[in-house]
Design a protein. Sequence first.
Length: 180
Amino acid sequence: KCTFSSDDHNLVAFAQFRSSTEVEGSDLTETEFDPQTDQVLGSPLLQRSNNDEGEETWLTRVDYVHPLGKDSKIEAGYFGSFRDVRNDYLVEEQDENGIWNSLEGLSNDILYREQILAGYIQGGAKINKFSFQLGLRVENTSISTELFNTGEVNDRTFLNPFPSVFLSYDIAEGQAIQTS
């Protein structure tokens, strides 16, 4: 945090990195019984699954506040989120020779990538009993998924503006009419 001539005039910057991994596995045995004799019918079906997941996230933020007088100020800022999630899911079945084979349609290796960039500017003031704040935030979101087993890629990008208006009028001490 950087403070200028007063506590109301400042610049704050923030960055964070997070990384996590997780591996889960399961062994499944399916056995068929004859309910009359309580005897095992045939060989048991053996399957196993393994889920190897990892995530990395970067978060960045910068906020600037500049007072313009006793009861007015302008603010501007930036926010960024960069996230990658990798999920390698494998399901295998053992054949009669003891060899493990991947099961198509159940196994998958996917990468999910998300990027959010946002910027905002807002200003406000109080003039006698009337106060207002006007602002605009613009957000750009890009999402991509890639299925490595099939080679499918799906990219999506969204650009959205979010305007804001806040109006307030003081009626009496502790009472106000507000709209946004």
